[in-house]
Design a protein around this ligand. Structure first.
Ligand SMILES: NC(=O)c1ccc[n+]([C@@H]2O[C@H](COP(=O)([O-])OP(=O)(O)OC[C@H]3O[C@@H](n4cnc5c(N)ncnc54)[C@H](OP(=O)(O)O)[C@@H]3O)[C@@H](O)[C@H]2O)c1
Length: 293
């Protein structure tokens, strides 16, 4: 049976340390880091995530502000809200929760965020810095995956990493991160997507397989290598007829019986995303205060 990479524990450890660091920072500077989350519409999964970010920031001693807008909010109003948060000195991090309602262009909204407050790491300036090997804010889920690999003592140098999925949120940035010079990085990375051929052959050749495709139970035992490490980013609610719980993109039990290590769903990658959002927000606050001195 594989080692289970326990994201809940790693996330808790990181947040416990962060709470201490935030307390020291507030004492030293008199400034409380602040995160603003903009939620547009009533997507239930987004609402759960946004509530969790609010709770996590407060627990760490950071200011948290949630702006909830109706799903038919006009584009101009959304851009005004972002512009106000850009100017607000008490806010260091801005997260606009995706996906946005269809009448809004997510690229336009993300581009409007001050890149120094873009703690989700999706602004072109931050994506560009990452691809140049000068990461500032790394998107939270990929940053969390790197921490999970570290916690599992899985080295990436010289390994073949196969990333399934090429989204700007997960697949592309994790592929970039692990191909940068130096550990964690120095991997040989293959990115797969819906047009890739011979997928099972590619996934079987991975030392580390990162799956972010949004297809429940897609990766089966015959698609993985015996000694591989599997990171399952997917998260899906099962229908009531199948128990109604959560599952990932990987068919957990048969795959876990075969590989060296695996992240569970829930309790793997998910808890890391919030921890990394908090870490990015704290980093934004430190930079902001340092730049005013
Ligand atoms: N745990 C967390 O904190 C967290 C955070 C973010 C996302 N997620 C979850 O992770 C999953 C992926 O999210 P995302 O935002 O990256 O998804 P996304 O934007 O929908 O991207 C999915 C990617 O998977 C590829 N793909 C889809 N079906 C495929 C198939 N059959 N074979 C090969 N490639 C396939 C797509 O290829 P094309 O580009 O060719 O279309 C695309 O690149 C979702 O389940 C999401 O809920 C979890």
């Amino acid at each position: 049976m594989a080692r289970i990479i326990d994201g809940s524990t790693v996330s808790r450890t990181i947040q416990t340390q962060l709470a201490l660091d935030v307390a020291d920072f507030v004492k030293a500077t008199g400034f409380t880091p602040g995160l603003a989350v903009v939620l547009i519409g009533d997507d239930p999964a987004s609402a759960v995530y946004v509530r969790s970010t609010g709770k996590a920031s407060q627990k760490l001693g950071m200011k948290s502000e949630t702006i909830v807008l109706p799903s038919d909010t006009p584009r101009e109003r959304v851009l005004d809200v972002v512009a106000e948060l850009n100017e607000d000195q008490s806010i260091n991090g801005i997260l606009v929760q995706l996906p946005l309602p269809r009448h809004l262009d997510s690229d336009e909204v993300i581009d409007a965020i001050d890149p120094r407050k873009d703690v989700d790491g999706l602004h072109p300036a931050n994506a560009g810095l990452l691809s140049l090997g000068r990461p500032r804010f790394v998107p939270c889920t990929p940053a969390g995956i790197v921490e999970l690999l570290k916690a599992d003592n899985t080295l990436t140098t010289g390994k073949h990493v196969v990333v399934l999925g090429r989204s700007n949120l997960v697949g592309r940035p994790i592929a970039t991160l692990l191909s940068l010079k130096g550990e964690p990085g120095d991997a040989t990375v293959t990115i797969c997507h819906s047009r890739s051929r011979n997928l099972a052959e590619l996934t079987r050749s991975a030392d580390i397989l990162i799956v972010a495709i949004g297809q429940p139970h897609f990766i089966t035992a015959n698609m993985v290598g015996d000694n591989s490490v599997i990171i399952d980013v997917g998260i899906h609610r099962l229908p009531e007829s199948e128990g109604g719980g959560l599952c990932g993109d990987v068919d957990f039990s048969p795959v876990a019986a075969r590989v060296a290590a695996i992240t569970p769903v829930p309790g793997g990658v998910g808890p890391m995303t919030i921890a990394m959002l908090m870490r990015n927000t704290f980093a934004a606050a430190r930079h902001s205060v340092a730049s005013r001195m």
